[in-house]
Design a protein around this ligand. Structure first.
Ligand code: CP
Length: 320
């Protein structure tokens, strides 16, 4: 019988089955997760029967920040593998009465769940939870820090269309300062040998971002989107993170300088991929016709890849 008896205090020893960040993830593990996700893709989208390796397991989604894609795709991923899922949000839970994220996670773990998926506005919040529970913890986005499963789905989406990412040039455009998506994608892409070109207004590109990670690839920074359009293999547009006060100081004509308009889209190389993690603010960072471009927009393919990526991460966490 599995009873939680430890009542207080963080602990140092962690399971290798946590998935908290791309930073520091060994390259073979990153490649292995991408290979696993690619194999799982037919089952992820319902074209093939997934194995039921997680039958009898229970996955708890604790989402203390809003989400559509990540929460639902973790749920779909778990169910495709035969697991049961419980969902908890800040609204409707005792978080609204002041219960902390850590106390919430410890109580959910005491019910015998096999893994906790956590989204929080606290940068480092997933790692904090992992220090107080013994079951595997998966980071579904923690503040401005990381969104590691988003990076997996982004790299899978790129790899499916571009092949090996070594020496590919990927632009990430917009609110870099507040974006956990940008951080995780940059760590992953540079590890895989790509060049990441970070683009945004000076107020939204943190100083020193070009040295946040090391790997076979590299990071360059520019504030001039138009200057790089003809040189890139993919462009990932980011939403301004208004919930993190990123709107302060942003020009009202942001689209003029940094929006992916139809004119800018026409200056991309043929076949350059158009990406966005969602949610999309149409008419701000990307125009309708570009987001919905049937040839080169992979925005919805990214969402499909997200189910496969989360299946791979759940298997790594709890299949044994
Ligand atoms: N990309 C992403 O994290 O979307 P959600 O906030 O809807 O989960």
């Amino acid at each position: 019988m599995r009873l939680i008896t430890r009542n207080h205090g963080p602990h140092a020893s962690r399971t290798a089955r946590d998935f908290l960040a791309i930073e520091g993830l060994p390259l073979p593990e990153l490649r292995g997760l991408l290979d696993s996700a690619e194999r799982l893709l037919p089952a992820a989208v319902g074209d093939a029967q997934a194995d039921q390796r997680l039958r009898g397991k229970v996955v708890a989604n604790i989402f203390f920040e809003d989400s559509t894609r990540t929460r639902v795709s973790f749920e779909v991923a778990a169910k495709r593998l035969g697991a049961e899922v419980v969902n908890l949000g800040a609204s409707g839970s005792s978080a609204s009465k002041g219960e902390s994220l850590v106390d919430t996670a410890r109580n959910i773990e005491a019910m015998g769940v096999d893994a906790i998926v956590v989204r929080t506005s606290i940068s480092g919040g997933a790692q904090l939870v992992s220090q107080f529970v013994e079951c595997p913890v998966i980071n579904a986005g923690d503040g401005r820090h990381e969104h590691p499963t988003q990076a997996l789905l982004d790299m899978l989406s790129l790899r499916l269309r571009l092949g090996d990412l070594a020496n590919k040039r990927i632009a990430i455009v917009g609110d870099i300062a507040n974006s956990r998506v940008a951080r995780s994608a940059t760590h992953a892409a540079v590890a895989l040998g790509a060049e990441v070109i970070v683009v945004g207004p000076p107020s939204l590109v943190p100083q020193g971002f070009e040295s946040i990670t090391r790997g076979a690839g590299k990071i360059t920074i520019t504030h001039d989107l138009d200057s790089i359009l003809g040189e890139i293999d993919a462009i990932m547009m980011l939403r301004i993170q208004l919930e993190r006060a990123a709107g302060n100081g942003i020009a009202s004509d942001y689209r003029t300088g940094y929006g992916l308009t139809a004119l800018r889209r026409s200056r991309l190389r043929p076949g350059a991929l158009i990406m966005h993690p969602g949610p999309v603010n149409r008419g701000v960072e990307i125009d309708d016709a570009v987001a919905d471009d049937s040839a080169d927009s992979v925005i919805l393919a990214q969402v499909s890849c997200g189910v496969a990526a989360r299946m791979a991460v759940l298997l790594r966490a709890i299949a044994h």
